[in-house]
Design a protein around this ligand. Structure first.
Ligand code: HEC
Length: 140
């Protein structure tokens, strides 16, 4: 007798414990889903299309000039990068619109510049890249 009652009570405790475990399992994925994915997508777009030639770190010039604070920067204005004459004389300030157009078709925005189109990038990807550049450019 005694042992039967004992067993049924421990079964009952066990089912409470496993129900708690299930609740925990279900709550974890929804917590993960709350994290925004868009920042990652934007960074990824930059890494895919630009990072071979560009860094966003100040002073870190590679094949292309660094893109630190590029939104609001004058085109061809870094003192320590050897721009093409076309970029140096472009006389424009990069804003989101000009950057997007330049990324899709560099030559249409700064004719004769030396950034070669590299297989093409869709306006949608370009938008993500510019969002990323904006996000690392500070509050502009
Ligand atoms: C194959 C190498 C290469 C890739 C890939 C590349 N660039 Fe460039 N980029 C350059 C070079 C070289 C220049 C300098 C052009 C000049 O002086 O005429 C440049 C210049 C620029 C400038 C002008 C900077 C300034 O100081 O005025 C911007 C903005 C820019 N690139 C953005 C991008 C973005 C955004 C991407 C990715 C979508 C990208 N580039 C991909 C090589 C590259």
């Amino acid at each position: 007798m005694q042992s039967v009652r004992q067993t049924s009570r421990s079964r009952w405790l066990w089912s409470i414990a496993s129900a708690g475990g299930l609740l925990w399992l279900f709550s974890v994925p929804s917590a993960l889903a709350q994290q925004p994915a868009s920042d990652d997508a934007a960074r990824q777009a930059f890494n895919n299309s630009c990072r071979t030639c560009h860094s966003v770190k100040e002073g870190d010039n590679r094949l292309g000039p660094n893109l630190s604070k590029i939104v609001g920067r004058k085109a061809g204005s870094l003192p320590d990068y050897n721009y093409s004459p076309a970029m140096k004389d472009a006389d424009l300030v990069w804003d989101q619109d000009k950057l997007t157009r330049f990324i899709v078709k560099p030559d249409e925005v700064v004719s004769g510049n030396k950034m070669q189109p590299y297989g093409g990038i869709s306006p949608e990807e370009a938008g993500k890249v510019v969002a990323y550049l904006q996000s690392v450019s500070g509050s502009q």
